[in-house]
Design a protein around this ligand. Structure first.
Ligand SMILES: [Zn+2]
Length: 422
């Protein structure tokens, strides 16, 4: 491999970092940082603050506002957020890059899946190894490599690590919006969408909704007919919601959780369901929301029952834009130089890349490691990909810093004739 002498030595240095990257990923994955587990998120923030403080950059912990959430028994409460971590390096270079990934995982502290184990010499299994603690290690090492090169001071970059992506980034949304506004392009470190390393191209949009039904409690034996069952009313609604599948092109409607009742001999006065909707066409969002509203109000017409709909479409679809295609072209050129294949495909998953793109920040959002079975206790990470992916990012950043890769969003090209996109 010969790319440029200076780049080459930084890339070679990354090749030697695998044992250290593995140690970091295992250490971080053994810390439970479920999205609602504040002590674990605080411990992760300490770890990341320490690791990223070694860079020539300014590090800051940012308090995030609490956000409303509906509990399993239907109460609206304000949930405290963890902290975000920002790492920032300013230079005179013309391009500003955002590197973003989350520190939270979908695994709470009460779940059995808590620790990392080796599957074979090249593969580990553990909570968050791929999504997204491997990505955190890749960002760190790619930036270290950039800083070892001669072009370190020719690129302005910031790392934003948020604690709530897995629940839709309710506390960090303003931070993300501000970061989208002040940067030119985004690199996000979600894992690849397939074990062989496919990147995400277009992504669906997503909405989360909660329906809370209140009825009338009564003794199941003495006063059954005085009761009004929230569970029965909710069950009717669930059937109707599920029947919306197939009515909107590219949309899926999943009733993912249901809670209700207190004791088997009590007519249940409370039932709650949570619904996730995925759409390819943003135009379907208001129509689908209207259906949910109509089905909810149908319960309100029944004697002794009330229902409320909460939630929204929080994440717009991410279509493959001209700007994203241009970014992928640059990434593929870096992959070619490294002997890596860069291919992409559409996916139904969503991430913060959806929001950033909707706010005008072109981004590639799956620069994290190769792995799979994320959001399950089979989640795995392919260890050598930590090195390959860090090299890919480092080369991209070094080329951007050196001016070999000139970037501007296609929408800006007419306004900034000084730069010419390759
Ligand atoms: Zn993720």
């Amino acid at each position: 491999m010969w790319i440029m002498p200076d780049f080459d030595s930084s890339l070679q240095w990354i090749a030697d970092q695998l044992p250290r990257m593995r140690t970091l990923v295992e250490r971080w994955s053994n810390i439970n940082s479920g999205s609602c587990h504040r002590p674990g998120l605080a411990a992760m923030t300490d770890e990341l603050d320490h690791a990223f403080s070694q860079l020539n950059a300014q590090t800051a912990r940012i308090d995030l506002p609490p956000f409303p959430t509906i509990t399993d028994d239907g109460q609206t409460v304000r949930q405290p957020s963890g902290q975000a971590l920002s790492v920032h390096h300013e230079s005179a270079g013309p391009t500003r890059v955002l590197l973003n990934i989350h520190m939270d995982t979908v695994y709470g502290p009460d779940q059995p899946f808590q620790t990392v184990r080796e599957i074979d010499a090249d593969t580990i299994n553990g909570p968050g190894v791929a999504d997204a603690k491997g990505g955190l290690a890749i960002i760190l090492v790619a930036l270290e490599a950039l800083q070892r090169s001669d072009v370190a001071d020719q690129l302005t970059w910031e790392v934003l690590i948020n604690p709530d992506e897995e629940i839709g980034s309710p506390g960090s949304i303003d931070l993300l919006r501000q970061a989208a506004a002040r940067n030119d392009l985004g690199l996000l470190y979600e894992p690849s969408i397939s074990p062989d390393g496919l990147f995400a191209a277009a992504r669906k949009g997503s909405g989360n909704f909660t329906v809370v039904v209140c009825g009338q409690a009564a003794h199941a034996g003495r006063a059954f007919h005085d009761g009004r069952s929230a569970i029965v009313a909710l069950a009717d609604l669930v059937q109707s919601v599920h029947a919306l599948n197939g009515q909107f092109d590219g949309a899926t409607i999943n009733v993912g959780q249901i809670h209700g009742g207190t004791a088997i001999n009590t007519v249940p006065d409370r039932a709650v369901c949570r619904i996730n909707i995925r759409i390819t066409d943003q135009a379907h969002a208001p129509e689908l929301e209207q259906h949910l509203r109509a089905l909810t109000s149908r319960i309100n017409q029944r004697d002794g029952l009330t229902a409320e709909l909460h939630g929204s479409f929080h994440c717009p679809p991410k279509p493959m834009s001209d700007a994203a295609l241009q970014l992928f072209g640059h990434l593929r050129a870096c992959g070619d130089a490294l002997g890596q294949t860069v291919e992409w495909a559409d996916t139904g998953g969503v991430c913060d890349g959806n929001k950033l793109a909707a706010w005008g920040l072109p981004n590639i959002d799956t620069l994290g490691p190769r792995g799979g079975a994320i959001h399950s206790d089979r989640e795995f990470l392919i260890l050598p990909s930590l090195v390959g992916r860090a090299q890919l990012s480092a080369l991209f950043l070094m080329k951007l810093a050196s001016g070999q890769l000139k970037w501007m969003s296609p929408s800006d090209q007419s306004m900034h004739p000084k730069s010419i996109a390759q």
